[in-house]
Design a protein. Structure first.
Length: 132
């Protein structure tokens, strides 16, 4: 009986170990041709980040900003990495439940609007003005 209980306990421990260490992996399909909006907003409107299937992205900090950031995006170690063209800035996001989560560690900050660690960008169906 003791052996049986030990075996059951061992199997249960292995199961819990694998269940608890499962990572949220982001796939290209999760972000391609999609736009995400910062939940805290932007300059007098939405702060949006849009992803394209050609590996490019654009972000717009809001209607009071004349700057549109752009560059290349990639997926590395379960993170979405944005490499902005022209100013050598890098932005790192994790992805969970259709939301991008800003990772301040390892990221530069945006040009005008400063994001904090954990800021959320949620998936939106609305297209930003620069995609119309």
């Amino acid at each position: 009986m003791k052996k049986f209980l030990l075996i059951v306990l061992a199997v249960f421990t292995v199961f819990l170990t694998f269940a608890c260490t499962k990572k949220n992996t982001v796939k290209k399909e999760d972000i391609i041709d999609k736009t995400f909006v910062r939940e805290k907003g932007g300059f007098a409107g939405d702060f949006t980040i849009s992803f394209y299937k050609d590996g490019l992205f654009r972000y717009y900090e809001g209607p009071l900003s004349s700057y549109i950031g752009m560059g290349k995006w990639s997926i590395e170690k379960d993170n979405v990495i944005l490499d902005e063209a022209g100013n050598e800035k890098k932005y790192v996001f994790s992805f969970k439940d259709n939301k991008l989560i800003f990772n301040a560690e390892g990221s530069d900050n945006f040009l005008y609007l400063k994001c904090e660690d954990g800021d959320l960008f949620k998936l939106t169906e609305e297209k930003p003005w620069y995609q119309e």
